[in-house]
Design a protein around this ligand. Sequence first.
Ligand code: MLT
Ligand code: ZN
Length: 522
Amino acid sequence: MEKWRAADRLLKFSSRFASAVNWNNSCKSKQGKYFYSVATTVHRNPLFSSISPDDISYFKTILGERGVVQDALALDAANTDWMGKYRGSSKLLLQPKNTEEVSQILKYCNSRCLAVVPQGGNTGLVGGSVPVFDEVIINVGLMRNILSFDKVIVSGVLVCEAGCILENLISFLDDEGFIMPLDLGAKGSCQIGGNVSTNAGGLRLLRYGSLHGSVLGLEAVLANGTVLDMLGTLRKDNTGYDLKHLFIGSEGSLGIVTKVSILTPPKLSSVNIAFLACEDYTSCQKLLLEAKKKLGGILSAFEFLDSDAMSLVLKHLDGVRNPLPPSIHNFYILIETTGSNETFDKENLEAFLLHSVESGLVANGVLAQDINQASSFWHIREGLPEALMKAGAVYKYDLSLPLEKMYDLVEEMRVQIGPAAKVVAYGHLGDGNLHLNISAPAYDDNILAKIEPFVYEWTSKNRGSISAEHGLGLMKAAKIHYSKSPETVRLMIDFDYCVFELLPDTSCLDDNHSIICLCLSA
Ligand code: MLT
Ligand code: ZN
């Protein structure tokens, strides 16, 4: 099924490739990359070098003329994130074609104390994929070969380079009778290396789990150029630490992922989608519990949006119609089932829906009758980021919260903000993941002051996570203490230094023991 076509157009210029990294071993203890909220000012550490003509010549000897990009238009796109919220001033974009070139680039940058930022499709939402200052951008988009796909013994193991676009992998596997265990609205632009580096979640996590489960191995290049071959394809391997997990979700802070091996499930023939309306949040929660009980093994997505989210999509996305007219309901739920028995699966979902209506959990609902209707339902949910962008400025928060508390935050935020902005909520309810968006006509420090630190404190108090799936990036690295204990943060820093072969330097802890230079460089 084609999803998020419209969104893909917008996402074309962005990336999810992790990292918010300025690295360089030899400068690590002296310079951190400071992560901040939008209003915070950060300063470039002068200990990092600036690009010289000799550097450019050297890179050309490694990559050829085409791999060394200095064109203003291309640099502008690579310096700016998808939301237009984070903007760097890099003068150099490097496009390696293989692991060896990545290794040579990093080795050289390390020796010259040049800060780098890895970049993939640039679809990230937390300012992790673009430079903050003049870092060298390393974009792995030319590394897009599928290296192998093993379906002979029905193993479904795909091995590919980091720059493969997720949608291309989905199409490739579709022809082979398999699917990616990962699906995102940004699939038309995001790259698998970035997905892995950020541990991207998305729409199928409910069914197939996180990438920590499906990534079997990876290859990564460290800041000093060392290539770590962890590209195993085995389901089981208990020989020592499973270090690949440190690269999944570390946002490029430990190295650049260059290859990935991933376990892909077989494609199942029967997919059904229902779009439902609930009048209160308690009904949404109960419906989820019922869906888990009654649809069990075939449940593949359970997404929600509230009435403000629906109004926004109807207003800003071309061609979208209210699937349950005439009025707008308080909440909407999108349920997808995926199984192998068409008759049974459909009957099962229909019986579930009937029971949900009779018991009063669902106020209204519709089952997609064909692929077009199914796509139009998905488009409503997946089109939300695009609709928010079209509506003006957006403050995005991606939170994991206990299910029963999740919507309390939305309501409290509405009281907190008042009429100055709209609070729009949607997300992966089945995974306890709320996307809380504050939509305003323009970015405004007064609005931000009402949102932060309130949103982080609330989340922390309720033992949630301030980043469910988007990562820390530039936006939230300094906020990590809201979700992780000082001891845990300390160990992360020690580990980071260990990878960079340096002794820990406590100067990178601020007064709250938060990380201010976790994902950095050197
Ligand atoms: C989504 O689920 O739509 C994405 O994570 C993007 C977003 O949060 O807006
Ligand atoms: Zn999401």
